[in-house]
Ligand binder design. Structure first.
Ligand code: HEC
Length: 138
């Protein structure tokens, strides 16, 4: 999608999400096609206690996450399990990890249960792509 179209699609997704409940089946279809950044942002609040985009907290900083090798932020001390995971973060690996972090990387130290709902994970990952875009963070 061109950067020109993206804000329009977001505006549409937000507008649709505010329609009355009886239109829910239709709006659910729209969400599957275009991420809703309002939902993504709300889901991301679950991560903010431990993560920031631009600095290490309890967890490593998330800037540049997409395409990044697991356990590659300098200055952050990862678990051995994460360091040895061999993962590269992309749609698929993030989806699997966020479904159940300790099943994907046993013995890692992220104490978070995960999101069982695939639709939630889709929204969150789309939101992560926007806020961790390396051209917008360091
Ligand atoms: C309770 C604190 C906590 C919460 C909540 C949390 N994380 Fe983490 N996260 C961590 C820690 C600690 C690590 C390092 C894991 C390790 O080294 O084993 C980590 C690692 C990660 C990694 C791997 C990063 C890398 O550099 O390889 C990703 C991706 C990640 N978290 C995403 C998320 C997302 C998205 C959320 C919100 C849904 C979230 N985390 C919620 C603590 C947390």
């Amino acid at each position: 999608m061109s950067t020109y179209l993206r804000p329009m699609v977001y505006a549409l997704a937000i507008a649709v999400s505010t329609l009355p409940l009886f239109t829910l089946p239709m709006s659910t279809t729209v969400w599957a096609a275009a991420a809703n950044p309002v939902f993504g942002k709300a889901l991301y609040t679950e991560c903010e206690g431990c993560h920031a985009v631009a600095r290490n907290k309890v967890g490593p900083k998330l800037c540049g996450l997409i395409g990044r090798k697991a356990a590659s932020v300098t200055g952050y001390v990862y678990s051995e399990a994460m360091s040895a995971s061999g993962l590269v973060w992309n749609d698929k690996t993030l989806d699997e990890y966020l479904a159940s972090p300790l099943d994907k990387v046993p013995e890692s130290k992220m104490e978070y249960a995960g999101f069982p709902d695939p639709a939630d994970r889709f929204e969150l990952i789309e939101y992560l792509k926007v806020i961790t875009d390396p051209s917008k963070c360091k």
